[in-house]
Design a protein around this ligand. Structure first.
Ligand code: ATP
Length: 352
């Protein structure tokens, strides 16, 4: 059992406040992604859990044990980092066996665990090679196999796939997910890549400027962002935001009267690009198309609505004239409206 509990963690580097009072619970066997832009504090938080960095305040519990002051090796965890430090002077076999040897595991257990990890990561053919004789993707698998060979209760990963090219990253992502799918390992995975976080994680913790701003399943985070920042950071393209005026519980968008539970005044309407579709004339709002990008499975439209930029995803075989400058009418899916306060960017209670 290895639940991770992070309580009131703060970290200051000189005058820089890297983490402001972070609290987080990672369930036993859960895959949690820490997602956020560069500099938001995710690596610092992971390093504090690992014991590679000392917190200014707060506690870390792993499997109910307070590990806050223990050195990394006493915390019972394995790590894989971006620059996947495989040892160049050791064969792949010895790299994968490294943690087991350090723990003075008996010979037959080393054999057995290396064989198991190598099979999981498909690196059996390379066990006698040296890292220099491997591709980047193969080396990355060695690093992951080494972490898994010790059967860690807790696995910490920091951007482990970011050095790989796009195709390999996709492949490794699926592989990692299937390897960790049995739920026996509690995993924290740091990434700034929202696709990776969405694809891999059971839950995502979105960080901004040293704080966790939302924790939820990928679907919750994507469809119900708690702040404008989350809606804009998660999803490609980012969520559209249109500033509208609320009056008497209604905000008007072209010919549409949308119910909104807000005081009279400005509100933000958040709309996903795929939740917009062409409307009959007089039944939607005006969208002036600037550019259409055919992306194979769909077409991405960029244009202007209500004087603000908007992106729309339409089917690749949409029977419509998509030349720049064309004005069309659009309507949103009414069950997918995200209302936010215009000034704070915080989500309002969802209007029915
Ligand atoms: P990235 O995705 O770019 O790695 P991150 O979210 O992992 O970013 P951190 O590396 O955790 O961010 O850094 C958080 C903040 O703390 C940043 O403002 C960074 O400049 C600062 N910081 C990190 N390490 C140190 C250090 N050793 N000394 C001083 N400031 C630091």
């Amino acid at each position: 059992m290895a639940r991770i509990v992070i309580e009131g963690i703060r970290k200051e580097f000189g005058g820089v406040q890297a983490l402001k009072q972070v609290a987080l619970e990672v369930r036993d066997g859960e895959f949690l992604a820490l997602l956020g832009p560069s500099g938001c504090g995710k690596t610092t938080l992971l390093r504090i859990v690992a014991g590679l960095e000392t917190q200014s305040a707060g506690r870390v519990l792993i499997g109910e044990r307070d590990v806050s002051t223990l050195p990394p090796r006493a915390r019972g965890l394995a790590m894989v980092f971006q620059n996947y430090a495989v040892f160049p002077h050791l064969t792949v076999f010895e790299n994968v066996a490294f943690g087991l040897r350090m723990a003075r595991a008996p010979k037959d257990r080393v054999q057995q665990q290396v064989a198991r990890a190598a099979a999981l990561l498909h690196i059996e053919p390379y066990l006698q090679r040296y890292p220099a004789q491997l591709s980047g993707g193969q080396r990355q698998r060695v690093a992951v196999a080494r972490a898994l060979a010790v059967e860690p209760a807790v696995l910490l990963m920091d951007e482990p796939l970011s050095n790989l090219d796009a195709l390999l990253r996709l492949e490794m992502r699926a592989e990692l997910k299937s390897v960790l799918a049995d739920g026996g390992t509690t995993t924290i995975y740091v990434t700034h890549d929202q696709t990776e976080a969405m694809g891999l994680a059971d839950r995502i913790a979105v960080m901004q400027a040293g704080e966790i701003v939302q924790i939820g399943s990928p679907t919750e985070i994507y469809h119900h962002p708690r702040t404008r920042f989350v809606g804009g950071f998660v999803g490609s393209p980012p969520m559209n935001f249109v500033k509208l005026s609320a009056a008497g519980g209604v905000a008007r968008l072209g010919a549409l009267s949308l119910p909104v539970k807000a005081r009279d005044g400005d509100v933000l309407l958040g709309l996903r690009a795929e939740d917009l579709s062409p409307a009959e004339p007089g039944q939607g709002f005006r969208f002036e198309l600037r550019v259409a990008e055919p992306l194979g499975s769909h077409v991405l439209l960029t244009g202007t609505a209500e004087g603000q930029q908007m992106r729309v995803v339409v089917p690749h075989d949409l029977d419509a004239d998509l030349r720049p400058g064309r004005v069309m009418e659009l309507k949103p899916r009414l069950d997918r409206l995200n209302w936010m306060q215009a000034d704070t960017g915080m989500a309002l209670e969802r209007a029915q």
